[in-house]
Design a protein around this ligand. Structure first.
Ligand code: GUN
Length: 279
């Protein structure tokens, strides 16, 4: 079998274009603030892409770049100011934050209704209770990609590899909401090859070059690769051995051009949703 490719770039374009009428119906343009601390080159690229997409959609867009030595107190003061700013509907603090800053204290300070990353414990709790909430962007984008396959997700065996707060854990909650039977695998999981081999849906979010082997994939499975890694030769690649997995899967996401663009599209969707709620 040779897998169909799930084109995240095309789906992201459609998803963001569908937001335009909702933005047009609002009394004022949605506002997004993106905060970048330090000079991590990958983060700088992500932040630039997020701000650019917001600007293209006609949103009020504020990018705040701070030096790596910014203190936690200064960051908290900035978050307080953005919380109080009526033109700002969404606040995103790009991770990772520099050492010495307590990331949880900063993220918890963002008002839940402006938390377009969906990282606030209030939003995390609502997600698990199936209540309307701002949902983390990458796992929300994965669900849109899965829907795009047209495959009925109900009752499917799904495996999520990686238990981060940003991707793995909310991914489990969202797949459960789609009536999948979900296994959360991680670095201590035994016989990962067999766990993956039973799954109809595999979501890999570990950040290790090609650690999920193509030979593990059950024939006909859907493979979603959240990884964005750089190989020794400088090429970008995911967490899945792509070519070998594509031989067995029914659907697979490429890296780049799969999950990445959908993360940004879902951030735009969250910002519009937050703005609608606040207006
Ligand atoms: N760093 C890597 N992914 C993300 C994300 O989705 N949101 C934020 N804020 N930081 C990240």
């Amino acid at each position: 079998m040779s897998a169909h490719i799930l084109d995240g770039k095309a789906l992201a374009r459609e998803t963001t274009e569908a937001l335009r009428p909702r933005i047009g119906a609002l009394r004022r343009a949605p506002g997004l603030a993106v905060v970048l601390v330090g000079d991590d080159p990958a983060s700088a690229v992500y932040v630039r892409n997020k701000s650019q997409r917001a600007a293209e959609l006609g949103m009020v867009q504020r990018q705040i770049t701070l030096p790596a030595h910014t203190s936690e107190a200064e960051l908290l003061t900035l978050v307080d100011a953005l919380n109080a700013d009526d033109a700002i509907d969404g606040i995103l603090v790009q991770l990772p934050l520099p050492k010495g800053v307590d990331k949880d204290r900063v993220l918890d300070r963002v008002l839940p209704e402006k938390d377009v990353d969906g990282f606030h414990p209030i939003n995390t709790g609502k997600l698990w209770q199936r209540r309307a909430a701002l949902v983390p962007c990458t796992p929300a984008g994965v669900i849109e990609l899965l829907r795009r396959t047209g495959v009925d997700l109900r009752g499917k065996d799904a495996v999520v590899i990686g238990r981060s707060n940003i991707v793995g854990k909310p991914m489990v909650a969202l797949l459960e909401r789609e009536d999948c039977t979900v296994t959360l695998a991680h670095s201590r999981t035994r016989n990962l090859d067999q766990v993956v081999g039973r799954a109809d849906i595999v979501v890999a979010a570990v950040g290790v070059v090609e650690m999920v082997k193509g030979a593990w994939i059950k024939p006909g499975a859907i493979v979603i690769d959240v990884g964005m890694n750089r190989r020794a030769d400088g090429k970008l690649c995911g967490d899945v051995e792509y070519a070998a997995a594509a031989e067995r899967a029914s659907w697979i996401t490429p890296v780049p051009g799969g999950v990445g663009p959908m993360t940004i599209a879902m951030l735009m969707a969250n910002t519009v949703f937050a703005s609608e709620q606040r207006q």
